[in-house]
Design a protein around this ligand. Structure first.
Ligand code: THU
Length: 140
């Protein structure tokens, strides 16, 4: 894994430590690398009204969009447990919105020192639902 991706995984694991997850006790962090080099992090934020909880990946994506970044190269996800935990379906669909070629790095709590799965949004969401007409976002 290239150094830039190791760094992204480390930042995701660091963000995980800020998780507000008193209901599930399952901490998740995400770090999103924008095409302009900026990195946006997110964590899962739960609520007593469970359905209001937000995943780490979407926190990172929404933070990035708020800052004006909409083109992304990669996202790292780091969850509790030594085995990598793949992003949920909702977060996959939100990632689809920004590009099927985004690299997805999936790590366990030990970060880049243990197995990190490297995949893409395209692989995680085969036959994705898209409505946009800008085919540059679909890849080839
Ligand atoms: N969670 C994430 O942050 N990302 C995912 O992709 C899956 C689930 C969070 C939501 C909730 O706070 C906790 O993990 C348990 O489901």
């Amino acid at each position: 894994m290239k150094d830039q991706y190791r760094d992204l995984v480390q930042k995701a694991c660091a963000a995980r430590l800020n998780s507000h997850s008193p209901y599930s006790n399952f901490r998740v962090g995400a770090a999103l690398l924008a095409s302009d080099g900026r990195i946006f992090v997110g964590t899962n934020v739960e609520n007593a009204s469970f359905g209001l909880s937000n995943c780490a990946e979407r926190t990172a994506i929404f933070t990035a969009v708020t800052a004006g970044a909409t083109e992304f190269e990669a996202i790292a996800v780091c969850a509790d447990g030594t085995e990598p935990t793949a992003p949920c379906g909702a977060c996959r669909q939100v990632l689809v919105e920004f590009g099927l070629d985004i690299v997805v790095l999936i790590a366990g709590e030990n970060g880049p020192d243990e197995t990190v799965r490297q995949t893409t949004v395209r692989e995680l969401v085969p036959d994705a639902f898209v409505t946009f007409k800008d085919h540059s976002r679909e890849g080839s």
